[in-house]
Design a protein around this ligand. Structure first.
Ligand code: TEU
Length: 565
């Protein structure tokens, strides 16, 4: 593909805004759309091409807006439709695009579609998965068990019983019933809603858990016990997904032949093989997927709340596997952070002695891979996990559910609170740190989640003028995606895969060979001998994360260097 007919998103960097926590314009302690508009200069200066905006639709907010009660209206807590139109216009004026979140595996139980479906005689009954229970041999007369053994991603049965006795399926919280994509009227309603947004000027969609939309016929039991999210085994990989995505492409995006959108599908448990099918341009499904393999490498036997020390070899191998798998056909997204992950710098870096170095190293390594990088708000200044100590400090439904289940199992609360502090999604959701003033400049009111004390020194205002700041490094990195062809088109080769501290790889095209080196440790690290590293000493440094550039010689703690050989 020549760069002329290459879609814009191949050279783009996308920034994710989590609206509750970005900027509050009206002092209610919750971020809003006018707040985002007021901060667009920050994003323009950063150089990002597009913003992915987490949900701002009408919602009861049991899952912070991932439970939608009206797809075509803005929740008053975030503003109005006029505010959103103004945001789109202000972004387009600055040459930025807006990608909305599309949450259509499920709605809120307060969505009028679901409310109507509670009546067995209503035509909307078939829009959701309503099923009778199974007889419960141990229960009293008429007692039933859920229709199958699926468990929700947020723990507990994936079925909720209604007053009438029937059950409905919810892959997430009970207030997030799954839509039945097998019902053509559901698909038509969704496609028409999507076109309505594109007509308003939206430039694409990030599609929430989109690989769960096609359920296997008959909803059979998952093998093994009812462990959290066991239904994924049954649902992920269902071939119907491809039919739906191709249909969506025809019914929505193809109707706008003069525009190029960005579509990225969040896909739990997706394999590289499935991702190739979804992102192969010829198959006309999606542009890229968010996979989870690399953010799960440090999960233990019991999943995310059983974090293990990172083995760097696993993380490198995971990214490399996806680079190779999608080299010929398809395209990768690149991310370490989002609103569902603890802060990568706290998880894999060193926030005490080498905070600046590890923040920039992680950024450098990620952005030198092939794909479209996503920056999550606060990442560009090196924001860290919050020191959560008490259960009352959390707001996330997932944290509340995990705590409830763990205490019911009799686990000591210190234990579960300790792992939650490391892994909770609320770590990503504390307010954006704009300055060192009250509430970090996020709000004039009481913030909905506590502001990190480190905003006193870790904030945008202090980094803007500092050429050596994390923020300045991100600006350089984002600019390189435009100027260095090899980053977009070059091949990828992982070097020294068995090294436990060094992350090294080569990007190459007909013209250039770019060597990327990163020392994931607090110690100095010699550069291995070997053919791949010859030419390093005479090479031209493209970017380094130490203020003096990359002096030849061993890598200093958490040093990152990208060198043209
Ligand atoms: O996330 C999908 C999802 O399953 C996440 O909950 C993820 O597995 C989990 O955070 C890891 O612990 C999407 C949204 O990004 C998330 O915010 C929503 O809660 C979820 O879907 C339901 O809509």
């Amino acid at each position: 593909m020549s760069s002329a007919d290459e879609p814009w998103w191949r050279r783009a960097v996308v920034y994710q805004v989590y609206p509750r926590s970005f900027a509050d314009s009206d002092g209610d302690g919750i971020g809003d759309i006018p707040g985002i508009t007021s901060r667009l200069d920050h994003l323009a200066a950063l150089g990002v091409d597009a913003v992915w905006l987490s949900p701002v639709y009408v919602s009861p907010h049991v899952d912070n807006g991932y439970d939608i009660a009206d797809y075509q209206a803005i929740d008053p807590v975030f503003g109005t439709l006029e505010d959103l139109d103004a945001l789109i216009a202000a972004m387009h004026e600055r040459g930025m695009r807006l990608v909305m979140d599309l949450v259509v595996n499920h709605t809120s139980d307060e969505h009028p579609w679901f409310v109507a479906s509670r009546d067995p005689a209503n035509p909307k009954r078939s829009w959701y998965f309503w099923r009778p229970g199974r007889p419960d041999p141990d229960g009293g007369p008429g007692a039933t068990l859920p229709p199958n053994n699926w468990s929700s991603v947020f723990l507990g049965s994936a079925w909720e019983q209604d007053a009438g006795g029937s059950y409905y399926l919810h892959s997430f919280a009970a207030k997030q019933p799954d839509l039945n994509w097998g019902e053509p009227a559901v698909r038509e309603a969704i496609y028409s809603m999507m076109r309505w947004w594109l007509d308003r000027g939206v430039d694409g969609f990030r599609m929430d858990v989109i690989n769960l939309i096609s359920k296997p016929e008959g909803l059979p039991d998952a093998p093994g016990g009812p462990t959290a999210g066991n239904q994924l085994e049954m649902v992920v990989g269902d071939p119907g997904l491809h039919t739906y995505l191709a249909e969506m492409r025809r019914e929505v995006f193809d109707r706008y032949p003069d525009r190029t959108f960005l579509t990225v599908g969040e896909m739990l448990a997706v394999t590289p093989e499935q991702a190739v099918l979804v992102t192969d341009p010829e198959r006309r499904e999606l542009d890229m997927v968010f996979q989870f393999e690399h953010v799960d490498v440090d999960h233990g036997q019991l999943g995310k709340y059983d974090p293990q020390p990172l083995d760097l070899r696993d993380l490198k191998a995971s990214l490399a596997r996806w680079q190779v798998a999608l080299a010929e056909r398809g395209w990768n997204s690149l991310y370490f952070n989002n609103h569902d992950q603890p802060r990568a710098i706290s998880r894999w870096g060193d926030t005490s002695q080498y905070w600046r170095e590890s923040a920039t190293l992680l950024a450098g390594v990620l952005h030198m891979h092939r794909g479209t990088p996503f920056v999550y708000q606060g990442e560009e200044i090196g924001m860290t996990n919050y020191p959560f100590a008490r259960i009352e400090e959390y707001r996330d439904i997932e944290a509340a559910r995990a705590y409830e289940v763990a205490t019911a199992l009799g686990l000591p609360s210190e234990l579960i609170l300790g792992t939650m502090a490391k892994m909770s999604r609320d770590n990503a959701r504390t307010p954006m740190q704009w300055d060192g003033e009250a509430h970090a400049g996020f709000t004039t009111g009481q913030p909905w989640l506590p502001v990190h004390l480190n905003h006193l020194w870790l904030n945008v205002a202090d980094q803007v003028e500092d050429a050596d700041s994390v923020l300045s490094f991100y600006k350089r990195l984002i600019a390189l995606r435009k100027s260095e062809d090899v980053l977009t088109t070059g091949t990828f080769t992982l070097l020294e895969p068995d090294h436990k501290q060094l992350w090294a790889f080569l990007r190459a095209d007909e013209r250039d060979r770019l060597l990327v080196l990163a020392n994931f440790s607090d110690d100095e690290l010699g550069i291995p001998d070997g053919d791949a590293f010859t030419g390093l000493d005479g090479g031209r440094l493209l970017l380094g994360n130490y203020p003096d550039g990359g002096a030849p010689g061993p890598l200093r703690p958490w040093e990152f260097r990208a060198v043209y050989l």
